[in-house]
Design a protein around this ligand. Structure first.
Ligand SMILES: Nc1ncnc2c1ncn2[C@@H]1O[C@H](COP(=O)(O)OP(=O)(O)OP(=O)(O)O)[C@@H](O)[C@H]1O
Ligand SMILES: [Mg+2]
Length: 185
């Protein structure tokens, strides 16, 4: 009986992963086709709302930076919101093991160009994989999907590209990560 319950758990877990994979794939194809509804978007307000929606997950993580300095941009509000939510939720996920988790969002403007960053003090990554993070990969173990990763960042890159911007990552193993995005206004 115990064994059966174990199988049921495994099947449930596999189907949850499959469900998430399908959701991510649908997001990806939708992102490519969705007509952009461009208007003036205040990133400061969007990020404020994203953070508000995530306050449960954020819990005792320290969130600081200069959210109020985020610029007003011309873009598709729902895509930009999704992108910010994705970056912040990764920062939350990868600081999960930190007793003092810090997430910082900042932005710098130079002329008509701005560069924003989402910085965390989480597990980080090896710089040799910095570009691979934006690629999709599935890890199988005995024909079961154990991990699917990269879809979310691939979506982030797609959103930024569609806005004519760039996104990249910097980090070091065990020493946190920074995700930058930049564009001309
Ligand atoms: N803040 C971060 N710190 C360290 N590594 C990160 C961070 N954000 C993303 N990564 C790395 O980039 C990979 C791809 O990120 P992505 O969000 O696409 O997938 P994921 O977080 O693994 O899975 P999912 O978001 O679908 O649950 C991650 O697996 C992780 O290795
Ligand atoms: Mg993620």
């Amino acid at each position: 009986m115990k064994k059966l319950a174990g199988y049921a758990d495994a099947i449930l877990e596999a189907s949850n992963k499959m469900g998430k994979l399908i959701d991510d794939l649908l997001d990806f194809s939708r992102l490519g086709r969705k007509e952009m509804q461009k208007k003036k978007v205040n990133l400061h307000i969007v990020v404020g709302e994203v953070v508000q929606e995530m306050r449960e997950e954020l819990k005792e993580r320290i969130l600081d930076g200069e959210i109020d300095k985020l610029p007003e941009v011309l873009g598709d509000e729902s895509l930009l919101r999704l992108m910010m939510a994705n970056l912040v939720s990764n920062a939350v996920k990868f600081t999960g093991t930190r007793s003092r988790a810090e997430i910082k969002i900042t932005c710098k403007e130079e002329g008509d160009k701005f560069t924003c960053s989402v910085i965390d003090n989480g597990v980080g990554f090896d710089m040799k994989y910095a570009d691979k993070l934006f690629e999709y990969s599935i890890v199988f173990m005995r024909r079961t999907i154990v991990k699917a990763q990269g879809m979310v960042l691939r979506n982030v890159r797609r959103i930024i590209n569609r806005h004519g911007g760039k996104v990249w990552a910097e980090g070091a193993e065990g020493q946190g990560a920074t995700f930058y995005f930049t564009r001309q206004r």
